[in-house]
Design a protein. Structure first.
Length: 172
């Protein structure tokens, strides 16, 4: 199951007035259900800030840190002592989603970008979830727990530290 397209999509953040957010932080539960009904649940924490910086720290069922900076992604996987470096050239820029988001109800927006439709929900003007069906017919939903918006996040948070003894794979 692929879960990285959403990571690229969330490199910038949202709020009930989507164009006004500068930063976002929250724990998350990401559920992916494939077309056979098989479910995988990931959990961790997300930090995001403009312009196009994000850090997804996956804690369960695997440990992984995904850094997104401008047009680069760095995935650090401690359990296999591996780092993957790649560009974001073909991925969806969350700014496109924000710019195209249309309000459906007081707390719900939808956006369609590159044929992908996202449903974005808010609670008390704070991003609470995002869901979509990916290109593999997986139903993906991310629920944010105790989210906060527009609070300062140190720029150093988005700079990956690659252990010298890890294998580095350059993809593209």
């Amino acid at each position: 199951m692929r879960f990285l397209p959403l990571l690229f999509a969330l490199t910038l953040s949202l709020c009930a007035s989507p164009k006004e957010i500068n930063s976002f932080n929250g724990k998350f539960i990401q559920t992916i259900i494939d077309d056979n009904g098989k479910k995988i649940i990931y959990s961790g924490e997300l930090w995001a800030s403009k312009p196009q910086n994000a850090l997804w720290v996956y804690q369960k069922p695997i440990q992984k840190s995904v850094y997104i900076n401008a047009q680069k992604i760095t995935v650090i996987e401690p359990q296999i002592e591996q780092v993957t470096l790649r560009s974001l050239d073909d991925e969806i820029d969350f700014l496109q989603i924000i710019q195209k988001a249309k309000q459906v109800t007081a707390d719900k927006y939808t956006a369609t970008v590159k044929g992908q439709t996202y449903t974005i929900a808010f609670k008390n003007d704070i991003l609470s979830s995002i869901s979509y069906t990916d290109g593999y017919d997986n139903r993906v939903s991310i629920l944010f727990i105790n989210p906060s918006q527009n609070k300062p996040i140190e720029a150093s948070k988005f700079k990956p530290v690659i252990p010298a003894d890890f294998d580095v794979i350059k993809d593209r």
